[in-house]
Write a protein that binds this ligand. Structure first.
Ligand code: PNS
Length: 166
């Protein structure tokens, strides 16, 4: 009997990867055989880290774990998901404030391709208040973000923000 490989895409800007993202990826791996972390290439959105830096930081954080692939994509997410034979798109939910935009995005994705399901996973309680943006803001002014990001991301943030100390 052929083994069915259930693939899910976890898309995002990942500018940069946070422990909140890692929490969602670990939860997704309880459900799916393989998770593709797909970094959006969006030239119109100004990012702190280059695409290459973002992909490298994610790869280093997962250390070649075989059930995790790291990739980048441009264009429509549902087209990318179809190309990768993915059955689901994973999104993390923190608070109610995430709901409206996520709901809108999921319905648009369903309209564009009804075969790809959106799956929402609740983030661990300790990451409810974190996001890449708020972590960057704190880091910029020397705030201690060391327990909110993987070590490799912390080191890259220290390179960008000299205020940020070990
Ligand atoms: O980490 P983010 O910035 O919240 O991720 C947003 C992302 C990448 C999931 C979203 O912008 C996206 O899917 N962009 C691809 C373009 C697309 O498919 N748009 C139509 C559906 S809303």
């Amino acid at each position: 009997m052929a083994t069915l490989n259930k693939i899910a895409i976890y898309p995002g800007s990942f500018d940069p990867l946070t422990n909140g993202h890692i929490d969602i990826i670990e939860r997704a791996l309880d459900i799916f055989d393989q998770v593709i972390i797909a970094v959006l290439h969006n030239p119109s959105k100004k990012a702190l880290f280059t695409m290459d830096e973002r992909v490298q930081m994610i790869k280093q954080s997962f250390n070649g774990q075989s059930s995790i692939l790291v990739d980048s994509f441009g264009g429509l997410l549902v087209d990318y998901a179809k190309m990768k034979n993915a059955v689901a798109i994973i999104r993390g939910m923190r608070a109610l404030s995430d709901f409206e935009s996520e709901f809108q995005m999921a319905l648009m994705n369903r309209k564009l391709n009804k075969e790809v399901q959106s799956v929402f996973l609740m983030t661990g309680f300790r990451w409810i208040f974190t996001s890449s943006s708020i972590i960057k803001e704190a880091a910029q002014f020397g705030g201690d973000i060391s327990d909110m990001v993987p070590e490799t991301v912390k080191l890259k943030l220290m390179e960008k923000f000299p205020n940020l100390k070990e």
